[in-house]
Design a protein around this ligand. Structure first.
Ligand code: GLY
Ligand code: MN
Ligand code: MN
Length: 435
């Protein structure tokens, strides 16, 4: 796969030189980012590297203060931060295969980088550095960043490999979480089983795991992990990822014991999700797919007798938005909500989502190489149900069934899909099949 990485670097060089010149600069300087202290404390936040740096060198995810200088007709220079510091381990110069793509120079003092910039016009992408006063350095020029971001949606062979492997890792965690759920563990314990199964610690994770038992499955971004074990294990909704060379998986599964109406509903949504995934190819309009999922969910609610009105009436009255209040999915890459989901071109023109679907994170027409999530849900969220109850549409709801389903919380099924010319590759389902 290292050859695919070298091709990735070649492709990045061509694209970057072109855009850097187009935006009036001679070179691009990208920082990996810095460590930051907690307020009134001398401990630090976990390091999260600049995604523009990760795009080039995903192997240095734990290395703040590194810099990459990209100039036409020159091997990219990696300024590798190796301070002499007896409190911390001084990183050794890397020597793996990937380093062949760079001219690597160890540095301690930022002055070394400033002098390497000479007087050339430099675009810098990094956290703002107010102390950097050089007139020839432009910090975070928005036009160039937007242009670079736009192209990140299409993943090349190297990136697709990383995303596929991130999925394969994450599904191992999901399998462990299912076992822990069946063994009657707490949210906290399920989370620990997950991390253990994929050998990640918290800072390796692309986002905080969502581990919701029972009613907690109704909280879209449930942020706690109870240590206590509930009396019953009705539902586990787990939204948890993994990283492979910096690239993220973002997968949700919903587990429940067989033999309940809710279990049938989980299967029903799983079928619809897969049906929609199988329909995706280059040229698909993501807004239309999102709207189609609403129609499919309206039909599901109708078939289960939860809503008595037919799907068309449900759509007219916005009933499905009570049960499925978030978007169908988003771009996925180095960032879990990858950049540029509403961006239609290099210059940054935005297409906002329709007014009635404000949480839809992706409005671009799909192209081959996009990696996206497809994550419909059906939830029983007390706050939204109360609003529905207070509306005229309340007459279409079978409230007895809703009361019966409330203790199960909700369902989300989330897969990661690579869009292709004539279809797609489902990294998540393929990952589960590989286990
Ligand atoms: N894990 C956050 C999301 O699914 O978008
Ligand atoms: Mn997710
Ligand atoms: Mn997601």
């Amino acid at each position: 796969m290292i050859q695919a990485y070298f091709q990735h670097i070649e492709q990045l060089q061509l694209r970057t030189h072109h855009l850097v010149t187009q935006h009036g600069f001679d070179q691009l300087l990208i920082g990996s980012g810095s460590l930051h202290r907690h307020f009134l404390d001398d401990t630090r936040y976990a390091f999260r590297p600049n995604p523009h740096f990760m795009l080039w060198i995903p192997f240095l995810a734990e290395h703040p203060d590194c810099w990459l200088l990209i100039r036409e007709h020159q091997t990219p220079v990696l300024f590798y931060h190796a301070p002499t510091d007896f409190w911390h381990k001084t990183p050794e110069l890397p020597s793996d295969e990937w380093t062949k793509a760079f001219d690597i120079q160890a540095y301690d003092d930022f002055a070394a980088i400033e002098s390497a910039l000479s007087t050339l016009s430099t675009a810098m992408i990094n956290e703002q550095m107010p102390e950097l006063k050089s007139a020839s350095v432009s910090q975070n020029p928005q036009g160039l960043i937007k242009a670079l971001d736009f192209h990140r949606a299409i993943k090349n062979e190297w990136e697709q490999h990383c995303l596929r492997e991130a999925n394969y890792l994450a599904v191992k965690g999901h399998a462990a979480a299912e076992t822990a759920f069946k063994a009657g563990k707490s949210e906290y314990e399920i989370h620990q089983h997950y991390l253990n199964a994929i050998a990640h610690n918290e800072r390796d994770m692309p986002y905080d795991n969502i581990v919701g038992l029972n009613e907690h499955a109704a909280v879209l971004h449930y942020q706690f992990q109870q240590r206590s074990v509930p009396d019953q294990h009705r539902t586990l909704l787990i939204d948890a990822g993994a990283r492979f060379n910096g690239y993220a998986a973002d997968i949700t599964r919903t587990f429940t014991p067989e033999g309940s109406l809710f279990a049938d509903l989980v299967r029903g949504l799983d079928d619809l999700q897969l049906q929609l995934c199988n329909q995706i190819s280059a040229g698909s309009n993501f807004i239309a797919l999102h709207e189609q999922m609403h129609l499919m969910i309206a039909d599901l609610l109708n078939r289960f007798g939860i809503i008595t009105a037919n799907p068309e009436i449900q759509m007219e009255q916005g009933i499905t938005r009570t049960f499925y209040p978030h978007g169908l999915g988003h771009l996925l890459g180095l960032q879990v909500h990858d950049v540029g989901g509403w961006q239609q071109d290099e210059s940054g023109t935005l297409l906002n989502p329709p007014e009635e679907h404000p949480f839809l994170r992706l409005t671009r027409t799909l192209e081959a190489g996009y990696v996206i999530t497809v994550e419909p849900g059906v939830y029983f969220i007390p706050q939204l149900l109360q609003e529905l109850k207070n509306s005229p549409a309340s007459e279409h709801v079978n409230w007895v069934l809703v009361e019966q389903l409330l203790p199960y919380g909700g369902i989300r099924i989330e897969d990661n899909i690579c869009v292709q010319k004539d279809g797609s590759e489902n990294y998540t389902r393929n990952g589960f099949a590989r286990l």
